[in-house]
Design a protein around this ligand. Structure first.
Ligand code: PMP
Length: 382
């Protein structure tokens, strides 16, 4: 056996023994049905996807994908600075700028790539960055690659962030708008005030907020409350890809220096056309309003059954179980009863906080929400 194969086998064995080995499962989305999926021929209630507005299965986006392919073809054919940047991309960038008030945008094939490219291109080993403890792996990976000094503050603790800012005078503060595993909101306005008052940028990963949080007013994320905003298309927008939004100067810098942008095939123009349609569908607020009703209904159903949720106001509703063996048991029982819920274990979440990550979408019915709450109550009791 080769040395590398031996190393791989050892690591897999250790992960298996600790009960933390990750494996894929083949699942089929039911077309037109964001609240269902099919596993080994059996239909489950889908409470695990990030398709908050049900757009991934919507007739509008299915139509837009065909239209995009007819207009522009399927592939972009090259990286953006060669021949891969087209009207499809420019129109999407323009729509995102209009929706958020930022001057310019830059498209990537995934949020992971956008986040890590942003961090490693803007920052270097002379840079200091202050970031929330719970920011996404893609931001952390980019920061590690940049060599920047990373100072992390306790989750959503503005006082702790201020102490780090006063001491280190960082180039940037980094947070998420809606935290992916807790579903809670960052104190964006306070962090922006802190950044501005200290000559730093505020960078907000809005992966789980765009299309979900209100536009304008309290809890919005746009150019009025951050310097850079990352929007991903795989969540509320129901498709794929991502954009970094910011000033003309900032985006020009990234176009010229971001290796992940320069040396990677551009986002497919058909995908850009789908995302453009998705952005337009989220503008009127109707789907957001429906989602808010589903969230409220689930919280009431959970409360009536004594389930202790974390108090999130977003479609991400975690229920901390703690012990990984108990989580595995609850997860098995939920699946057997027809409910597919995210079972999230360390290291994705901190040790001791293994949890069910229940995600809601506009297609969930009152009856489904009540049935899930009943089943959670049963599974957690024994
Ligand atoms: N940021 C956050 C907060 C996320 O949850 C994710 C996806 N898990 C990403 C970025 C990466 O986005 P994408 O899935 O488009 O790569």
């Amino acid at each position: 056996m080769t040395r590398l194969q031996q190393k791989i086998d050892d690591r897999m064995q250790r992960a298996e023994q600790s009960g933390l080995l990750r494996r894929r499962q083949k699942l089929l989305q039911s077309v037109g049905c964001a609240n269902r999926l099919v596993h080994q021929g059996s239909i489950k209630h889908n409470f695990a996807s990030n398709d908050y507005l049900g757009l991934s299965q919507s007739p509008e986006l299915i139509e837009a994908l065909g239209e995009g392919a007819r207009l522009y073809g399927v592939g972009s054919g090259a990286s953006p600075l060669v021949t891969g940047y087209s009207d499809a991309h420019a129109e999407l960038e323009q729509a995102l700028c209009e929706a958020t008030g930022h001057e310019a945008a830059l498209l990537f094939s995934s949020g992971f790539s956008a986040n890590s490219a942003l961090m490693k291109t803007l920052l270097d080993k002379e840079s200091v960055v202050v970031a929330d403890k719970l920011i996404h792996a893609s931001l952390i990976d980019g920061l590690l690659e940049s060599g920047a000094q990373l100072k992390r503050f306790a989750h959503n603790d503005v006082g702790a962030a201020k102490r780090l800012v006063d001491k280190h005078q960082p180039l940037a503060l980094v947070t998420e708008s809606v935290f992916s595993m807790d579903g809670d909101l960052a104190p964006i306005d306070e962090l922006y005030g802190l950044a501005k008052g200290n000559g730093a940028w505020l960078i907000v990963d809005d992966a789980h907020g765009f299309g979900v949080l209100p536009q304008g007013g309290h809890n919005r994320v746009d150019a009025s409350c951050c310097d850079i905003q990352i929007v991903t298309f795989g969540k509320a927008l129901g498709c794929q890809g991502a954009a970094i939004l910011g000033s003309n100067a900032g985006i020009d810098f990234l176009v010229a220096h971001a290796r992940d942008y320069i040396y990677s095939t551009a986002l497919s123009p058909a995908s850009a056309h789908v995302a453009l349609k998705a952005v337009s569908l989220t503008q009127d607020g109707e789907r957001r309003g429906k989602l808010a009703q589903v969230i409220e209904a689930f919280k009431l159903a959970a409360k009536a059954r004594g389930l202790e949720l974390l108090g999130s106001q977003t479609p991400i509703q975690p229920l901390v179980v703690g012990d990984i063996d108990k989580l595995a048991k609850v997860d098995r029982e939920l699946k057997a009863a027809g409910f597919w819920v995210g079972a999230i274990r360390p290291p994705t979440v901190p040790q001791g906080s293994a949890r069910l990550r229940i995600t809601l979408n506009v297609k969930h019915t009152q009856a489904e929400l009540e049935a899930l709450a009943d089943q959670l109550q049963r599974a957690l009791q024994d």
